[in-house]
Design a protein around this ligand. Structure first.
Ligand SMILES: Nc1ncnc2c1ncn2[C@@H]1O[C@H](COP(=O)(O)OP(=O)(O)OP(=O)(O)O)[C@@H](O)[C@H]1O
Ligand SMILES: [Mg+2]
Length: 325
């Protein structure tokens, strides 16, 4: 059974200039044990989706439309009391820039134990600590470092502790928002390997958010590419990474491939961010698109099926244009 099914979700932030349409008409689903990656440039709405799935949108934000079915319940209608039962237990999030979120004056093992105790108040202390040890083992923090304070940890160890905290109650869904961005490349690589290993071992569903398409393709079996609050292309890793079709995905991958290729790949420059307040008709990527035609300004693109699992939000003839022509 599908674990999470998000349908036509739109989220807006009230601001002085007007409503910021940060997430627009987004639909996706995730099966138990699968990994789904969200990739796109800064401000495209990735974190907003994560926060909506955790029921942690800030005061000025609201779900404008859509449904979030998790295990059959619609989270879009959840009240605080219902959220408290699943947040941190069934759905957890590794927050963007979370490394300094550990409490500096509490030992790391106590912080993890606290998470378990909140959700399992009846559990005996010894069982809680057995679970803490198990989780530390899983994220490969040596047992003799359990009683340390956070400042005694390296950046990579802090991030492992944050991951441990997210896994403490064996959640069904983990949302990891840029979990390795603050780390150097070697530690980043280790942590990514760890995340993949743990996800497989625990059979947890994973939503992995990153601005780096190579990282997303490394970790996830399914990929959603976002631009201007919308998903513009989605499909299996092989489809999106090896045969990108939306002009934005091709631009994103072009900049990645041009780094280590002898071929002269023409990388379209993305100059302007889309205006998320004044919602004009047409395609949000039109201002930057190398393949655009007049209709991209006048008409709103719809989903084009490229295979049973691969889709792009564009016009069929535009998708078939070659950017390197
Ligand atoms: N509290 C807020 N009030 C108003 N606008 C906001 C707020 N939080 C986010 N936004 C706007 O919503 C849009 C989406 O932001 P979001 O943080 O979801 O993007 P992101 O894809 O996670 O970006 P990044 O890669 O930089 O983390 C942006 O235009 C951002 O400026
Ligand atoms: Mg973000």
């Amino acid at each position: 059974m599908t674990l999470l099914k998000v349908e036509n979700l739109s989220v807006g932030y009230k601001s002085k200039k007007g409503m910021v349409h940060a997430v627009r008409n987004v639909s996706f689903s995730i099966e138990p044990g699968r990994s789904l990656g969200f990739v796109g440039e800064s401000g495209c709405g990735k974190t907003t989706i994560g926060m909506a799935l955790m029921g942690l949108l800030p005061e000025n934000a609201s779900i404008l439309q859509g449904d979030i079915f998790f295990n059959g319940n619609n989270l879009a209608n959840f009240e605080d009391e219902e959220w408290r039962k699943i947040r941190g237990k069934e759905i957890t999030m590794i927050f963007q820039a979370a490394m300094n979120a550990l409490n500096p004056v509490i030992r790391v093992d106590e912080q993890i134990a606290e998470v378990i105790e909140i959700h399992h108040p009846q559990m005996a202390k010894t069982d809680v600590y057995d679970q803490v040890k198990k989780i530390f083992n899983l994220v490969e923090i040596p047992e003799n470092r359990l009683r340390d304070f956070p400042h005694q940890y390296s950046g990579g160890m802090k991030q492992r502790a944050i991951i441990a905290m997210a896994l403490a109650c064996s959640p069904k869904l983990v949302i990891a928002d840029e979990p390795t961005t603050a780390l150097d490349v070697i530690v980043q690589d280790q942590i990514l390997k760890e995340i993949k290993k743990i996800q497989k071992k625990l059979n947890t569903s994973l939503i992995f958010i990153s601005h780096d398409i190579a990282v997303v393709a490394d970790v996830c079996k399914d990929i959603c590419v976002m631009y201007g609050g919308q998903i513009v292309e989605k499909g299996k890793r092989e489809e999106v990474f090896k045969s990108p079709r939306h002009p934005y995905t091709r631009a994103l991958l072009g900049s990645y491939l041009s780094l280590d290729s002898d071929k002269d790949i023409k990388v379209p420059r993305i100059r302007e961010a889309p205006d998320l307040i004044t919602m004009t008709k047409g395609c949000a990527f039109e201002g930057n698109c190398q393949c655009k035609s007049q209709k991209c300004k006048d008409q709103t693109p719809g989903w084009v099926n490229l295979s049973s699992s691969h889709q792009a939000l564009c016009f069929e003839d535009i998708l078939n244009k070659d950017t390197n022509d």
